[in-house]
Design a protein around this ligand. Structure first.
Ligand code: C2E
Ligand code: MG
Ligand code: MG
Length: 743
C-alpha cells in the first residue's frame, strides 16, 4: 500500500436531475466500456456489482465476485494489516480513500492500481465507517510501474559501470518483459554510417549477422533508414514496404513482419544509434510501445553519451593522440599482461624492440612540425603493418617507438628489426618534399636481458643508442656491457656539465703549415681538451658527443669561442705570426638561430676581425641542409667569417652543396691521408678531391699527415696546406709559441 492522500469530500450533488440524450449508451453499458475496474459493495463491504472492466483487469467474472470482499479477492495475503487499518480510518473519517495498492490478478499476476473508494452516503459524525455502500474505482498502473522499474534498473546498472552492450541488453530484456509482443534491438551507428548490433538478445543470430556492418541509407530497412533520416521509421508490413526490399527475404521467414525504429541522437543531434521494436505480425506501435520507446530512448542516449565520454577519456589517457598507438602507460600494461601469459608457456621467450628515428629533430626544425608529425604518423603506420597477432606496439615519446614480440627468439627479433628498418627507410613524400627516413633499433630479449617490461625497455633503449653509433647496421642487441656504458655515460654527462660551468676545459693548438716548409703558417686549429680528475684525458670525440646529446653543446661552444678568441687576441697583441685560428663547431650549433650573433659578439669582445677565425664544420652539418643550417652558414659568411668543411670524404655531402654554400676551405679527412700509401682507391679519390677543390677555388688542408711520404705525395699533387703529427701535435698555447719560435 502506497501513501494515501486524503482529498476534500466530494461536492454536493447538483439540485436538478440529469436526463441523458437517447443516443448515449445506458449507464451500465457506459460503465462496462470504461478501462477502469468499478466495484460497488454493500454495507458489509461485500461485492454487489463489478463492471466488465473489472473482469478484464482482474480476471473474475461477475458471478465469481458477487458476495466476496474486495480486499480478500484482490489484495494478497501478505498485505500489511496496518495499511488496511489506514484505509479503514480514512474511510471512517472522510468517507473516501485514494491511494495506490498492489493487487493480484486471478492468475496470480501482480497488478499495480490506483484506488479511489467512496462511501455512499458519506458517514455523518459519530456514525460507524461502514454505514453505507462503497463505490471503488481501480485504475491499472502496471505499465507506469514497469517503466519506473525499467528506468531504475538500467540507471542502477549504469552506476555500477556495466559495459554498454550489457546495459543495452538489459534495456531490451526489460522491455520485452513488459511488452512480450516485441523483440527489441539497439544498434550503434559508426562515423562511417555503418550499423553495429549493440544488443538484440531475442533476435535470431542470423539476422544480427545480416545487420552487422550494413550501411545506413534511404532504403535500408527500418533501422538503416532511421539512422539515415534521423527520424523514426514505422514499417507496419515488411511484406510490402519498399524500405525492406533488401532484407525482406531474410527477415520474413524468421517470423518478423513489422519493425518500428527510432533514432538515438547525441547532444550535438547526430544519430549515434537506433532503438527498434520488431513485431511478429503486421502492425504499428501501441500506446504502451510508444511510452516504452520514449523511456528507452532517454536511457539509450544517456548510456551512449556516457560510454563515448568514457572511451574518449580512455583514449586521451592511454593513447597517443598523434599516432593512436598506446602510450607508455598502456603499452607497459599490455606488454606486462603478454609477459604474464607467456610465463605460463613451456619455453617463454620474447623480444622487445626499441625504435628511434634518426635525425628526427632536424626534420622538425627545418621542415616544421607538420612535416615531423606526418613522419611520425607514417612511421607508426609502417610499424602497425608489421604487427603480428599478439604483438604489442606503443609510442614512448617524440620519435621513440616500442614493439614487444611475444614468443620471438633472437633470430626472429633480428629479422623483424631488419624488415622494420627497410620499411621505415622507404622514401616518404610530404607536401611535395621527399624524405628518406631512417631508424635505429635496439633489441632486448626476454628472459635473458630483463625479467620485466621496464627492464627490457631500458636495455633495448641502451642497445638502440649503441646502434646509432654503429657505422653500418642500424640495429644492435643488448649486451650487459651496454648497461655499464650507459652508467658511465650518465656519470660523464653529470661531470661534463660541471666542468663546463666551472671552466675546467682547456684548449690545445695544432699548426697548419703551408707547403713542406714549416716556416710559413696557414693557421692554427684549436682543439678542446678535458682532463677528468679520475678518468684522465677524455677524448673530445667522446665528450663532444655527450655534450651534443645532453644539450650542453651551446654552453660548450660559448666557452670555446671565448677561450679561443682570448688566446688569439693575446697572440695578436704579442704580434705572433698566427694568420688565423680554426675552431670546430658542431652540427647542433647550426640549429641555433643565434649562432652568427654569438660568434660576432665573441669577436667584438676580444677586438678581433672576422678574418681572424676559420670555422670548421664537419660534413655531417651538410647531411641536414636544413633551412636553419643554411641560413646560419650564409649569415656567418655575410659577416666575413670563413668556413671550412672538416673531415671531407667521410660523410655523404653532395657536391652540389659544395658549390652552393660559401666554403673557402676543405679538410681532407685523415683516413685518406693514412691510406695514401698502399691504397689505389685512396690515391684516386684524393686526386679527385684535390681537382674538385681546385675547380671550385677552395683550399685543401690535408689532416693527419704523419709521414714524410704522405707529405711528399700531397705536395706533388698540389695540396697546399698540411696538418699532422709530422709537423706538430696539438699542444698548449705556451708550447705552440715555443714551436713557432723554433721555426
Ligand atoms: P678534427 O676537427 O678533425 O680534429 C683533428 C683531429 O685529428 C684531432 O683529434 C687531432 O688531435 C687529430 N690529429 C691531428 N694530427 C693528427 C695526426 O697526425 N694523426 C692522427 N692520428 N691524429 C691527428 P682530437 O683532438 O681528438 O679531436 C677529435 C675531434 O673532436 C675533432 O676532429 C673535432 O671534430 C672534435 N673537436 C675537438 N675540439 C672541439 C671543439 O672545441 N668543438 C667541437 N665542436 N668539436 C671539437
Ligand atoms: Mg677540425
Ligand atoms: Mg678533421
Amino acid at each position: 500500500m502506497q501513501a494515501a492522500s486524503p482529498i476534500p469530500p466530494a461536492p454536493a450533488p447538483a439540485a436538478h436531475a440529469l436526463t441523458l440524450p437517447d443516443y448515449l449508451p445506458s449507464l451500465p453499458l457506459a460503465l462496462d466500456v470504461s478501462d477502469c475496474a468499478i466495484v460497488i459493495t454493500d454495507e458489509q463491504r461485500r461485492i454487489v456489482y463489478v463492471n466488465a472492466g473489472f473482469e478484464r483487469l482482474f480476471g473474475y467474472p461477475l458471478h465469481e465476485a458477487l458476495g466476496r470482499r474486495p480486499r480478500e479477492l484482490l489484495l494478497g495475503k501478505s498485505f500489511a494489516q496496518d495499511a488496511l487499518a489506514h484505509i479503514d480510518e480514512q474511510l471512517a473519517r472522510n468517507g473516501r480513500f485514494t491511494g495506490e495498492a498492489l493487487c493480484y490478478h486471478r492468475n496470480g499476476d501482480p497488478i499495480w492500481v490506483s484506488l479511489v473508494s467512496n462511501i455512499h452516503p458519506p458517514p455523518g459524525p459519530g456514525q460507524p465507517p461502514d454505514s453505507g455502500c462503497a463505490v471503488v474505482t481501480l485504475t491499472d498502473l502496471t505499465p507506469t510501474k514497469h517503466q519506473e522499474a525499467l528506468q531504475s534498473r538500467v540507471l542502477e546498472a549504469m552506476v555500477r559501470e556495466v559495459p554498454l552492450p550489457q546495459l543495452m541488453a538489459l534495456v531490451c530484456a526489460e522491455v520485452e518483459r513488459i511488452a512480450p509482443d516485441v523483440i527489441a534491438s539497439v544498434l550503434r551507428v559508426d562515423p562511417e554510417g555503418r550499423l553495429h548490433v549493440l544488443a538484440a538478445p531475442s533476435l535470431p543470430s542470423v539476422l544480427c549477422e545480416a545487420i552487422e556492418g550494413a550501411y545506413m541509407g534511404p532504403q535500408a530497412g527500418s533501422c538503416g533508414t532511421t539512422a539515415y533520416l534521423g527520424e523514426p521509421v514505422a514499417v507496419t508490413d515488411i511484406a510490402t514496404d519498399p524500405l525492406w526490399n533488401d532484407y525482406r527475404a531474410l527477415f520474413m521467414p524468421m517470423g518478423i513482419r513489422a519493425c518500428w525504429s527510432s533514432p538515438i541522437k547525441n547532444h550535438a543531434g547526430q544519430v549515434v544509434g537506433t532503438f527498434a521494436f520488431y513485431f511478429r505480425e503486421a502492425r504499428g506501435p501501441s500506446n504502451l510501445h510508444l511510452r516504452l520507446v520514449e523511456v528507452c530512448l532517454h536511457l539509450c542516449t544517456l548510456a551512449m553519451a556516457r560510454d563515448s565520454a568514457q572511451s574518449r577519456i580512455h583514449q586521451l589517457a592511454y593513447y597517443d593522440t598523434l599516432t593512436q598507438l598506446p602510450n607508455r602507460t598502456l603499452f607497459t600494461e599490455f606488454a606486462q599482461c603478454a609477459l604474464a601469459t607467456l610465463r605460463q608457456s613451456a619455453a617463454p621467450q620474447a623480444a622487445l624492440l626499441y625504435i628511434d628515428l634518426d635525425r628526427f629533430k632536424q626534420v622538425n626544425d627545418s621542415q616544421g612540425h607538420a612535416a615531423g608529425d606526418a613522419l611520425l604518423c607514417e612511421t607508426a603506420n609502417r610499424l602497425r603493418a608489421h604487427l603480428g597477432p599478439g604483438d604489442v606496439a606503443g609510442r614512448l615519446s617524440s620519435d621513440e617507438f616500442v614493439l614487444l614480440l611475444p614468443g620471438a627468439c633472437s633470430e626472429q627479433a633480428i629479422a623483424t628489426a631488419q624488415r622494420l628498418l627497410d620499411s621505415i627507410a622507404f622514401p616518404f613524400v610530404h607536401q611535395g618534399m621527399q624524405h628518406l627516413p631512417q631508424a635505429s633499433i635496439g633489441i632486448a630479449l626476454y628472459p635473458e636481458d630483463g625479467a620485466d617490461i621496464p627492464m627490457l625497455v631500458s636495455h633495448a633503449d641502451q642497445a638502440m643508442h649503441a646502434a646509432k653509433k654503429q657505422p653500418t647496421s642500424h640495429w644492435c642487441r643488448f649486451i650487459p656491457e651496454l648497461g655499464v656504458l650507459a652508467q658511465e655515460r650518465m656519470a660523464m654527462e653529470r661531470d661534463l656539465r660541471q666542468a663546463i660551468a666551472r671552466q675546467q676545459l682547456h684548449l690545445n693548438f695544432q699548426p697548419q703549415v703551408l707547403g713542406q716548409s714549416t716556416h710559413r703558417l696557414h693557421g692554427v686549429e684549436a682543439l678542446a681538451r678535458w682532463n677528468h680528475p679520475e678518468w684522465g684525458a677524455v677524448s673530445p670525440a667522446r665528450f663532444i658527443a655527450v655534450a651534443e646529446d645532453a644539450g650542453l653543446i651551446q654552453a660548450l661552444t660559448q666557452w670555446l669561442l671565448d677561450a679561443a678568441c682570448a688566446q688569439m687576441a693575446r697572440w695578436r697583441a704579442a704580434r705572433l705570426p698566427v694568420p688565423q685560428l680554426a675552431i670546430n663547431l658542431s652540427a647542433h650549433n647550426f640549429h641555433d638561430p643565434q649562432l652568427a650573433n654569438q660568434v660576432g659578439a665573441a669577436l667584438a669582445r676580444h677586438g678581433l676581425q672576422p678574418s681572424d677565425l676559420m670555422l670548421e664544420i664537419t660534413e655531417s652539418v651538410m647531411m641536414d641542409a636544413s633551412a636553419a643550417t643554411t641560413a646560419n652558414l650564409h649569415a656567418l659568411h655575410a659577416r666575413g667569417l670563413q668556413l671550412s668543411l672538416d673531415d671531407f670524404g667521410t660523410g655523404y655531402s653532395s657536391l652540389s652543396h659544395l658549390h652552393r654554400l660559401p666554403f673557402s676551405e676543405l679538410k681532407l679527412d685523415q683516413s685518406f691521408v693514412h691510406d695514401l700509401q698502399g691504397s689505389d682507391s685512396a690515391t684516386a679519390l684524393t686526386r679527385s678531391v684535390l681537382s674538385i677543390a681546385r675547380s671550385l677555388d677552395m683550399k685543401v688542408v690535408a689532416e693527419g699527415v704523419e709521414t714524410r711520404e704522405q707529405c711528399e705525395w700531397l705536395q706533388s699533387h698540389d695540396c697546399a696546406v698540411m696538418q699532422g703529427y709530422l709537423f706538430c701535435r696539438p699542444v698548449a698555447a705556451a708550447q705552440l709559441e715555443e714551436w713557432l719560435a723554433a721555426q
